[in-house]
Design a protein. Structure first.
Length: 205
């Protein structure tokens, strides 16, 4: 009689981590099922589909894994215990350090893994855009809190300031992939935050 109920011949956590690193390095479309199965422990196609259903479902799981691990460097954007300026600055500096570390692919998975997709995978880009929007929303909340607390003037152009910080945040990925060191990006963050100080200095009495 054939045996039933055999345990999977791979460690699911390790397999998801391996898949996440591949998607992070090469992107969703450029990462093939064959490459995934090899990196995940040379698992069979049957084991892959039994465990993850599809490449897209696996990708969504790896995005969740990224958000709960490496992506946590941006949690400060949503931490209302921090002063608004400190929350933005801390998030930028922490993500810059993480994205330039050599222990994993450079840049941000949420930015790079779906930067270009065929029309058939447009929904992957849209899914990643929604993930990035969470950080943009956190930055917006910080700015609005600063205005409410009188740390920034009510005349501040909120959408413009959000775009300024979010554009810098997204650009870190390209800088990291191009080999720009953390120290240089960190110095740029210091200059960027001086914009906040300039605006704060123009508060109405």
């Amino acid at each position: 009689m054939p045996r039933t109920g055999r345990p999977r011949a791979f460690n699911r956590d390790e397999a998801v981590l391996a898949a996440m690193l591949l998607f992070w390095e090469h992107g969703f479309e450029s990462t093939s099922l064959a490459e995934l199965r090899t990196a995940m422990g040379n698992i069979s196609a049957a084991s892959f589909y039994a465990a993850f259903e599809s490449k897209e479902a696996l990708f969504r799981e790896t995005v969740d894994r990224y958000n709960s691990t490496y992506g946590r460097v941006m949690e400060s954007f949503h931490d209302q215990r921090l002063a608004p300026k400190a929350a933005i600055e801390q998030g930028l500096r922490r993500t810059a350090r993480m994205q330039t570390e050599s222990t994993h692919p450079l840049g941000c998975l949420l930015v790079l893994s779906g930067i270009s997709c065929s029309p058939d995978n447009q929904h992957i880009q849209e899914m990643l855009a929604k993930e990035r929007e969470k950080n943009r929303g956190g930055i917006k909340d910080c700015i609005e809190r600063a205005i409410a607390k009188g740390e920034l003037p009510h005349t501040v152009d909120v959408p413009m300031l959000v775009t300024l910080f979010d554009t810098f945040l997204l650009g870190i990925s390209t800088q990291a992939r191009d080999g720009i060191p953390f120290e240089q990006i960190d110095a740029a963050i210091t200059l960027l935050m001086s914009v906040w100080d300039t605006l704060a200095g123009k508060k109405e009495n």
